[in-house]
Design a protein around this ligand. Structure first.
Ligand SMILES: Nc1ncnc2c1ncn2[C@@H]1O[C@H](COP(=O)(O)OP(=O)(O)OP(=O)(O)O)[C@@H](O)[C@H]1O
Ligand SMILES: [Mg+2]
Length: 226
């Protein structure tokens, strides 16, 4: 489904050049659940942002299916994101002025679904993560775990085939973290491909494969023993 070849990402400023990613080769199969681990600053979020097409590599090739993403313009990438990708951020990124229901509906922003279908999709996504009873509330009225589940609802409302999650359990206590992992595992069981950054070895164990990063490189790839 995804093939990265020799991906580099450099940040240049006047004084210093930072290499956030070097020599990244990665193949992710459709339906796979992949965990990414590594110390702070090693490039995990940079890699996820490139996978999610919100950032572009400085060099290298990103193939999505049979499409070379470097050849797509912004409009085509925006369409790919809205039809195929779901993002879950560490910091939830919910919009404070919108209700939970409205936040979830943002996940359908670029789609031309009929309004009845939209309502149904939003209701189903909220139901899926157990926040329907908070639909009319605002983010600050929810617990951290509920906010993260709302963010997951927004990510999955468009039925994405690839879910990218950047430390989705990073700000949660054990129980809420376990709930989020259950949701991700069941989405994966239904066929979604999942790429998740995590600092938790036990959460990484939910994945079929784990890659370890260090200083912008992939230093190990470990398949889970079955
Ligand atoms: N916009 C930017 N300009 C310059 N350097 C950046 C920028 N964004 C990230 N970096 C650098 O790239 C490197 C990788 O950052 P990244 O956010 O990918 O790390 P991370 O592995 O996600 O860390 P964490 O676990 O703390 O979230 C870091 O050295 C960071 O300082
Ligand atoms: Mg990060």
């Amino acid at each position: 489904m995804i093939r990265l070849e020799n991906i580099q990402r450099r940040y240049a400023s006047d004084e210093v050049e930072t290499t956030a990613l070097s020599d990244i080769d990665l193949h992710v199969a459709q339906g796979e659940f992949l965990a990414i681990m590594g110390p702070s600053g090693c490039g995990k979020s940079t890699l996820l942002n490139i996978l999610g097409t919100v950032d572009r590599p400085s060099a290298g090739r990103y193939m999505f299916g049979d499409r070379d993403l470097a050849r797509l313009d912004e409009a085509a990438l925006a369409r790919l994101r809205s039809e195929t990708l779901g993002f879950v951020f560490q910091s939830f990124n919910l919009i404070d002025e919108l209700t939970i229901q409205e936040n979830v509906e943002l996940g359908l922003a670029y789609r031309k679904d009929k309004s009845g279908d939209r309502r149904q999709r939003v209701a189903a996504a909220m139901d899926r993560v157990g926040i329907s009873h908070r639909a009319k509330h605002y983010p600050h009225q929810l617990s951290g775990g509920q906010q993260q589940r709302a963010a997951i609802a927004r990510a999955i409302v468009g039925d994405p085939s690839l879910i990218l999650a950047d430390e989705p359990t990073g700000n949660l206590d054990t129980e809420n973290g376990a709930q989020v992992m259950n949701i991700l595992e069941s989405l994966n069981a239904e066929g979604a491909t999942i790429i998740m950054v995590t600092h938790s070895p036990s959460h990484a164990d939910a994945a079929q494969r784990r890659i370890d990063m260090l200083d912008g490189r992939i230093v190990a790839s470990v398949a889970r023993a079955i």
